[in-house]
Write a protein that binds this ligand. Structure first.
Ligand SMILES: Nc1nc2c(ncn2[C@@H]2O[C@H](COP(=O)(O)OP(=O)(O)OP(=O)(O)O)[C@@H](O)[C@H]2O)c(=O)[nH]1
Ligand SMILES: [Mg+2]
Length: 275
C-alpha cells in the first residue's frame, strides 16, 4: 500500500489531515510547542529531544529568550519551541503572553503540555485552558520518578479518557518515557491520532451569543486562530483582548505568529546545547 506523503505513521494517501507548516528544501517539518507551568521540566524535555540541534534568540520585539530546536522521529523532522512557563492563559505577564500567543496564533501542529505529576491537579488548570484553544495536545506527565518516590500513582489511561487527549508519563531528567512522547506527538501532529478534548458545555444563550460573536470576528479578522476562544474572552470582558482587537494588534499578532509568515521568524544565534 502506498504511504502518506507527509508522515510515516500510516495515513492513507490523500487522507492526511495534518498540515506540515514549514518546508526546508524537500523536507517538511511539524511545529511542536512545549507549554506548561513553570518548573515542570519543559527545558529538560527540550534538551533531551533536541540535543545539540538548538538555537536561541529572542521572541520578536521582546527581551524574553526563545529556544527552538529540531528532532527527528520515525524519519519525520519536528521543530520544537520551548515556551516560557505559564500558570494560565488569562494573565498579563510578558512570559505568559508569549506562551499564550504562540499556542493561539503560532498554530503548532501539536502542543505538549508538560505537567508536574506530583501536583497534577494544579497543572490541569492550564491543560484545560489549552484544550479550549487547540485539540492537538499531548499531556506529558513529568517527574514520574518523584511521584513514584512520594507514592503518588497516576492512572494515565483514566486521565486520557477524561481529557480526551494522550497522556504520557515521563521522567525527563533520566530520559524515561520520551520515546513514547515523540510517538504520540508524531501521531497527533500528522493527524493519525484523533483527539477528543473535553469541552465544557455552555448555557444555550451563551452558546448563541458566542456563535454570533465568532461570525463577526471571522469577518473582522479573516483567518484568525481560534475565534471561539477570543469570543469567549470578549464575552467575559477581557480588557486586554478587547484592546488588542480594537487597535489591530490581534490581527498583526496573528500575522506575525503564524509560521507561514516571514515576519515571525526569530533572529537566531547558534549555541551549544545544555544537555
Ligand atoms: N526528579 C525530576 N526532576 C526533573 C525532571 N524533569 C525536570 N526536572 C528538574 O526540574 C527542574 C526544572 O526543570 P526545567 O526543565 O528547567 O523546568 P522548566 O519547565 O523548563 O522551567 P521554566 O522554564 O522555569 O518554566 C530542574 O532542576 C530539572 O532537573 C524529572 O523528570 N524528574
Ligand atoms: Mg525552561
Amino acid at each position: 500500500m502506498a504511504s502518506c506523503d507527509h508522515c510515516s505513521v500510516g495515513c492513507l494517501p490523500g487522507e492526511h489531515p495534518g498540515k506540515p507548516l514549514i518546508q526546508l528544501g524537500s523536507r517538511r517539518e511539524y511545529v511542536v510547542a512545549l507549554a506548561g507551568n513553570p518548573n515542570t521540566g519543559k527545558s529538560t524535555v527540550f534538551n533531551h529531544l533536541t540535543g545539540l540541534r538548538q538555537h536561541t534568540g529572542n521572541w520578536p520585539g521582546k527581551t524574553v529568550a526563545r529556544a527552538e530546536g529540531t528532532f527527528i522521529h520515525a524519519d519525520q523532522r519536528f521543530k520544537l519551541v520551548d515556551l516560557p512557563g505559564t500558570y494560565s492563559l488569562l494573565t498579563t505577564s510578558i512570559d505568559e503572553e508569549i506562551a499564550r500567543d504562540f499556542v493561539l496564533f503560532g498554530r503548532p501542529d501539536c502542543t505538549v503540555v508538560v505537567c508536574d505529576t506530583t501536583v497534577l491537579e494544579r497543572n490541569l488548570h492550564l491543560v484545560l485552558q489549552i484544550l479550549t484553544i487547540t485539540d492537538r495536545v499531548v499531556v506529558c506527565a513529568n517527574l514520574m520518578d518523584e511521584a513514584d518516590r512520594r507514592k503518588i500513582a497516576l492512572e494515565a489511561r483514566v486521565l486520557e479518557r477524561e481529557l480526551g487527549v494522550p497522556v504520557v508519563p515521563t521522567a525527563a531528567r533520566r530520559g524515561d518515557g520520551l520515546d513514547r512522547l515523540m510517538e504520540r506527538v508524531h501521531q497527533v501532529a500528522c493527524g493519525q491520532l484523533r483527539t477528543r478534548p473535553k469541552q465544557v458545555a455552555l448555557d444555550p444563550d451563551v452558546e448563541a451569543a458566542l456563535r454570533a460573536l465568532v461570525s463577526k470576528l471571522e469577518v473582522l479578522v479573516p483567518g484568525l486562530s481560534c475565534p471561539r476562544w477570543i469570543a469567549m474572552r470578549l464575552l467575559e470582558g477581557d480588557a486586554r483582548i478587547e484592546e488588542a482587537l480594537l487597535n489591530g494588534e490581534l490581527a498583526s499578532l496573528h500575522r506575525s505568529q503564524h509560521p507561514d509568515s516571514t515576519t515571525g521568524e526569530m533572529a537566531t544565534t547558534k549555541q551549544e546545547a545544555v544537555a
